[in-house]
Design a protein around this ligand. Structure first.
Ligand SMILES: Nc1nc2c(ncn2[C@@H]2O[C@H](COP(=O)(O)OP(=O)(O)OP(=O)(O)O)[C@@H](O)[C@H]2O)c(=O)[nH]1
Ligand SMILES: [Mg+2]
Length: 470
């Protein structure tokens, strides 16, 4: 049987937010106005087409003192005071929410009691906890601190020890995938009978996590392979100058690359189930910056030191004819070549478009011009860092969260590097370098060692970022 947990608590404490994060469902209604949830609603967690666990959202307690006294009264006379109370409360309009919230408990759901641990314990909370204790059902308390204030945490824990089988801190806005799994692990402790089934749930979550990382790394790998080999061509037209064609081709190249990148990011987004809420990167995220802006290349490319290292690996990874120490860095290029277009010509290929004869892919008859494939390995790092940043943001965006903090991920000024790869060793850079070189020569086959090493490297990055523990 699929285990069910009901999320209970006082109005506006974050029950629906906790559920939304736990079930990874951004369709759960969350609102700053107390009393938002008035009916129970069940959200299944489906993995591999199978429902493994379900969570039920409930309205908050409205009359805990009255419910408690009714339950106590019935406890003395009835073998099932909960059922008796619900039968009575169904006919009393002001007890609608209290009756409704106990319905999943009556049918056997485990209880997850949510409190905002950043405020003091009050008598109504004690009444609610006592009600839950009287139900006799397996129960866990979850502390969802809305503010960063731990002053009352110990007071809450004292109360929880009296009334619950376990308690745990779980933040609806910040909980990661790993913390979701830890919460499920902790639920095992609330009832011995549930241990085997919850172990299977935890295993299913871990497997799902592993698969999502593998699929994400495939998407990033595919993006980078396609981007590095991307070319656009156009027949020359005698009426148009080389300059005009160059601009047109660059625009087409950038558009295609942007579409590929968007496709990869959206794939990651839907893999992590950000479907409904119009979730996006924070407004000031560097990933919003144009892929071909100087800022992007400065913050997401290789560091100057790494470029020198990459240069030492030999081959044309930095782009033909670029002097590593002086001009090789994208930044140097942006400065030396007087702006984005010139620098990109050198990095992507196509700087010699005006001189048709020297262009790769250009027939000597001058009938076709081509931009790409990328000449510089920097494009690999720019795309990789942007994808990793997108991935990190997506996996850490708890589904219960619906807004942005004011100051998240602000792009630093003063040449600071934002990339994940900025402290990479030569060994890792060499893996990228070897992959890039093979790709430049020919489209490599899936089994090539360089290919596999690069794939593995991406997957390792994702596992590190997501703190995947196997
Ligand atoms: N800062 C912060 N706000 C939170 C957190 N959890 C919930 N909130 C906010 O608290 C408000 C209430 O959250 P809900 O999840 O709707 O609370 P609820 O307990 O389901 O409320 P009712 O359905 O009205 O009983 C919303 O504005 C949430 O965004 C949190 O961890 N941190
Ligand atoms: Mg709610």
């Amino acid at each position: 049987m699929t285990p069910e947990f009901a999320i209970l608590g006082h109005p506006n404490e974050g029950k629906s937010s906790v559920l939304s994060t736990l079930a990874e469902d951004d369709s759960v209604r969350v609102s700053p106005t107390p009393g938002e949830t008035t009916e129970c609603r069940t959200f299944p967690v489906v993995i591999d087409g199978r429902e493994v666990v379900r969570f039920t959202d409930t309205p908050g307690f409205q009359n805990p003192a009255r419910v408690l006294s009714e339950l106590r009264k019935r406890g003395e006379q009835n073998s099932d005071p909960l059922q008796s109370f619900r039968q009575f409360a169904a006919t009393v309009p002001e007890l609608h929410d209290d009756c409704e919230l106990l319905s999943p408990v009556e049918r056997g759901a485990g209880i997850i009691y949510v409190v905002d641990g950043s405020r003091p314990v009050r008598n109504v909370d004690r009444a609610e906890m006592e009600i839950l204790r009287l139900t006799g059902k397996p129960r866990m308390a979850v502390i969802n601190c809305k503010e960063d204030d731990n002053t009352y945490l110990d007071d809450w824990k004292v109360e929880f020890r009296k009334n619950f089988n376990a308690n745990r801190v779980f933040n609806a806005h910040r909980a990661t995938y790993a913390e979701r799994i830890l919460l499920l692990e902790a639920l095992k402790a609330i009832d011995q009978d549930w241990q085997p089934v919850l172990s299977r749930v935890v295993d299913a979550f871990k497997k799902d996590w592993k698969e999502r990382n593998a699929t994400s790394s495939d998407a990033i790998y595919q993006l980078i392979s396609e981007a590095l080999t991307l070319t656009v061509r156009q027949s020359t037209d005698t009426r148009q100058g080389g300059e005009a064609i160059q601009q047109k081709l660059f625009a087409a190249y950038k558009k295609q690359l942007a579409e590929k990148e968007h496709h990869c990011h959206q794939k990651i987004r839907s893999l992590f189930k950000h479907n409904i809420f119009n979730y996006d990167l924070p407004p000031h995220s560097i990933v919003h910056a144009d892929l071909f802006s100087q800022q992007t290349w400065q913050l997401m490319g290789l560091t100057r030191k790494q470029l020198i290292l990459a240069g030492g690996l030999g081959g044309a990874a930095l782009g033909a004819g670029l002097e590593v120490a002086t001009l090789g860095h994208a930044l140097g290029l942006f400065t030396a070549m007087g702006g984005v277009a010139g620098a990109l010509g050198a990095l992507i290929g196509g700087e010699k478009l005006t001189s048709r004869i020297n262009l790769p892919g250009v027939s000597l008859g001058g009938e076709q011009l081509q931009i790409g494939p990328a000449k510089s390995i920097e494009l690999l790092f720019v795309l990789l860092n942007r994808a990793l940043l997108y991935y990190r943001h997506t996996i850490n965006w708890a589904h219960g969260r619906r807004d942005y903090p004011a100051n998240n991920e602000v792009a630093p000024s003063g040449g600071e590097h934002l990339g994940f790869t900025s402290n990479w060793s030569t060994a890792k850079i060499k893996i990228c370098h070897d992959f890039f070189k093979v790709l430049q020569k020919s489209r490599i086959t899936a089994s090539a060692a360089e290919n596999e090493n690069f794939r593995t490297l991406i997957l390792q990055c994702l596992e590190e970022i997501s703190e995947y523990a196997g």
